[in-house]
Ligand binder design. Structure first.
Ligand code: ATP
Length: 285
């Protein structure tokens, strides 16, 4: 479904020139959750941004369903591909209600039945209608990320690009969001590319993954190989040691998947209990 060929991405010029991605090749099958991992600065987020048209492609190509993407990306592209960002505090407009945040993409794409779709989108991510007219600062971090996921899904995209979607969240909330993402992928047949520096998070969601180093592919591998601690490259073995990702992998997989169920009531969820029943992350708009 996604084909990346000989992709190079360059920022700046002269002494400020940075070749963030160098001749990268990979493909992602329809319905697959594919992981991009690597140390900080290895170029993971830049790949996602390039797919969305937010980073300049110096060489190579990106194809979606066999069609090479062109500049600028049009509405058709964004109704197929959506992105969820790392920071649920920064990615939602602080002065807009959740209702406004969710209605905006529908209005831009001229969609009808906005009321019904907003309520359904909130329900799908485990938030009841009571959340609809709140502001982002009135939600917990996990609830905000649920809203960001609802916004990404409200146009019924086929592909969702996830850039560190859980790294700003506490461990128990991370597991809930990962389980929610996994359920949505299965139910909707979505295709994901998940970027994370956390091997525990990537192996929780993805079967195949690409390890990046200095903008290049270090290794194409899979989760079970990593769990067995048998990656081919010394770099990946070092990455496992450095991140100690697999101590946490056990903790994540121990969290019951029921929490993310469709009927889940976040007010009774571990996330809410974790927050002591309050909105623990208020932040002034
Ligand atoms: N807009 C930009 N202008 C100049 N350099 C950039 C820009 N965006 C990214 N870079 C550089 O490109 C390289 C790759 O950055 P990128 O954010 O893709 O790394 P990453 O693997 O996602 O790291 P992290 O996990 O820390 O987010 C880095 O050296 C970074 O400084």
């Amino acid at each position: 479904m996604i084909d990346i060929k000989d992709l190079s991405i360059v920022f700046g010029s002269g002494r400020l020139r940075v070749e963030a991605v160098k001749g990268l090749d990979f493909h992602v099958e329809e319905g697959e959750a594919f992981g991009l991992v690597g140390e900080s600065g290895s170029g993971k987020s830049t790949v996602l941004r390039a797919i969305c048209g937010l980073a300049p492609i110096a060489r190579g190509s990106i194809s979606i369903n066999g069609n090479k993407v062109t500049e600028p990306r049009g509405r058709q592209f964004y109704s197929t591909v959506q992105m969820v960002f790392q920071d649920p505090y920064g990615s939602l407009h602080p002065r807009q209600t959740i209702d406004r945040i969710l209605s905006e993409p529908l209005s831009i794409h001229g969609q009808r039945d906005q009321d019904l779709r907003i309520v359904a989108a909130l329900e799908e991510v485990g938030l009841g209608p009571a959340y609809r007219f709140r502001y982002p600062h009135q939600l917990s971090g996990g609830q905000r990320q649920r809203v960001a996921i609802a916004r990404a899904l409200i146009l019924n995209p086929k592909i969702v690009l996830l850039d560190e979607p859980t790294s700003a969240l506490d461990a128990s909330v991370q597991a809930e969001i990962l389980n929610l993402l996994e359920r949505l992928r299965t139910e909707r047949g979505l295709t994901y590319i998940l970027v994370s520096h956390d091997l525990a998070v990537v192996t929780h969601l993805c079967r195949r993954l690409l390890v990046m180093r200095n903008g290049e592919m270090a290794e194409l591998t899979d989760s079970s190989t990593l769990r067995r601690g048998q990656p081919a490259s010394a770099y990946t073995r070092e990455l496992i040691r450095a991140t100690q990702g697999f101590a946490r992998a056990k903790a994540l997989s121990a969290v019951p998947r029921r929490i993310c169920g469709k009927a889940a009531d976040p007010l009774n969820s571990a996330e809410h209990m974790h927050s002591g029943g309050k909105n623990t992350r208020p932040r002034s708009p």
